[in-house]
Design a protein around this ligand. Structure first.
Ligand code: MSP
Length: 480
């Protein structure tokens, strides 16, 4: 099967923060899992480099915009690599190819584009036009950016979303475009009912840093028009036939940007005559000590510091098991330390250490297993319950289940006591150990999408001589 997974492309007006990790990790867990199931996976990541925010920030810093975005885009690329994420495509919205293809997309959409004068409110933090109702509901201040909405009057190009509203509603209601989790679907259906046509350009007197509108040198494209198209320009649209990988199997976005992906984006796709993605997976926000991360509160968590503390496995473990995919979730250093020491190091790290030590001591090695327990090396299909959870994007249920199974092996080890048995009956102890290795190798497969250490554990027990790692897999103090 062919699987296409996409992630939101972050703005490059800052460096990566902890929240940015969520898109990548969810996408990577799913990608690794689907690859294990034999799929050919295409996985896009990238950076969103146009728009007001970026233009302003570079200006403030007195840096040329292009060098500013070059520098920050690279930081995101490095960050993704540090998370152990295996993407296949990285797109920048300032790439020449992307720009050329977005302009072609604009031309294809022209039957649904008209000019009009916009008079109303705008939030430059959200890069979004604000309706009067929203303005009133929020007392004129953006709740996400704590900035007053700006008054705007300008002549722009509009995209006639109204041409597609009925079709979008139908596809969302029937789950042909499935919004996960379900409660977000209802939110979007409500928004869709009131959603106006969308202004898709800005006059160059207000914004220069954008893709030029074909045939009008006084207008550049609205950043979302340009950014959303990345999901198909990265596949080569419209120059190439993209039907191998489009529609996307799943598009991963945060709750603040679901509206763009569930209304404007489907309207663009329908305007192009393209099918809609199968799933929009919407995750919640990561909070820091119960609050939104913000520079002014001073509670922004640096993801590189978290990675440094106990390494990549701890980072991915915490995010998979202790950050709720769909609701907002809190990161605290205390919770992080507990999860590392009491779960990852105790349940998994110690098990591997003890079992490998016992195997070495009692002569359970590859040759022994091949003779007496060849099943230990057989590839077994992944557990059906686990797959059901993973295929419905309930990754934390998936890792919870895997963890319970690993804990069972710990119990078995305690109950069978091969170290005592070896004193009376060496052969019986070896058989017990062989069975435990077989179980561990089988259950360990389920950890592979989450933890890079699972590959190391497999190597340990598949080596000619089974030996415990020279230093513990998860030492109390991580040293680089
Ligand atoms: N550039 C747009 C996305 C365009 S996609 C065609 C954008 N960029 S962003 O940098 O603001 O956000 C990038 C992603 O990070 C989004 O999915 C957003 O929801 C996510 N997050 C930003 N802060 C977050 C948290 N604190 N927690 C979890 N995810 C968060 O929006």
């Amino acid at each position: 099967m062919k699987t296409y997974i996409t992630t939101a492309i972050p703005y490059v007006n800052g460096v990566p923060h902890l929240g940015h990790a969520e898109d990548y990790l969810l996408a990577d867990i799913f990608a690794k899992y689907r690859r294990m199931q034999g799929d050919e996976v295409r996985f896009q990541a990238g950076t969103d480099e146009h728009g007001n925010k970026i233009e302003k920030k570079a200006e403030e810093l007195g840096i040329e915009v292009k060098s500013y975005v070059d520098e920050n885009s690279q930081k995101f690329k490095d960050f993704i690599a540090k998370l152990g994420v295996e993407y296949t495509d990285f797109i920048r919205t300032t790439d020449d190819n992307h720009i050329k293809n977005v302009q072609k997309i604009w031309e294809k959409l022209s039957p649904h584009i008209y000019q009009n004068t916009y008079k109303g409110w705008y939030c430059s933090g959200c890069e979004r036009f604000i309706t009067d109702t929203e303005y009133k509901d929020n007392n004129g201040v953006c709740p996400d950016h704590q900035k007053p909405y700006e008054k705007l009057e300008e002549t722009n190009y509009y995209y006639r979303v109204s041409d597609f509203k009925d079709e979008i509603r139908e596809k969302i209601e029937s789950d042909e475009l499935k919004i996960v989790p379900e409660f977000r679907k209802n939110e979007i259906l409500k928004l869709l009912a009131d959603s106006p046509d969308v202004s898709i350009s800005r006059p160059t007197e207000h914004l220069k840093w954008g893709v030029p509108v074909p045939g009008d040198e006084n207008q550049v494209m609205y950043v979302w028009m340009d950014a959303l198209s990345n999901y198909i320009t990265v596949l080569g649209y419209p120059e190439k036939d993209i039907s191998d990988f489009w529609p996307a199997s799943v598009q991963i976005v945060g709750k603040d940007i679901l509206r763009f992906h569930a209304i404007l984006w489907p309207a663009i796709l329908l305007g192009l005559g393209l099918p809609l993605p199968k799933v929009l997976l919407c995750h919640g926000f990561i909070l820091s000590n119960g609050q939104k991360m913000s520079k002014s509160i001073g509670n922004v968590v640096d993801p590189l510091e978290v990675l440094e503390k106990h390494g990549l496995d701890a980072f991915r473990y915490f995010f998979s098991r202790h950050i709720d995919t769909f609701a907002d979730s809190d990161f605290t250093w205390e919770k992080y330390e507990d999860a590392y020491n009491n779960e990852l190091a105790n349940d998994y790290g110690n098990l591997v250490q003890r079992l490998a030590t016992l195997c070495k001591k009692n002569g359970v090695d590859k040759a022994y297993l091949k003779n007496y327990n060849p099943k230990a090396y057989e590839k077994k299909p992944l557990n059906a319950y686990f797959c059901e959870k993973m295929d419905s994007f309930k990754f934390s249920d998936g890792i919870d289940f895997a963890w319970e199974e690993i804990s069972e092996i710990n119990k078995d080890l305690e109950e069978t006591k091969p170290w005592s048995l070896a004193k009376e009956d060496k052969e019986a102890a070896k058989r017990v150990l062989g069975n435990l290795v077989e179980k561990l190798l089988e259950k360990n497969e389920m950890l592979k999408p989450f933890l890079p250490a699972a590959e190391k554990v497999e190597e340990i027990f598949k080596s000619d001589i089974i030996e415990p790692p020279k230093s513990p897999l998860f030492p109390k103090e991580f040293k680089k």
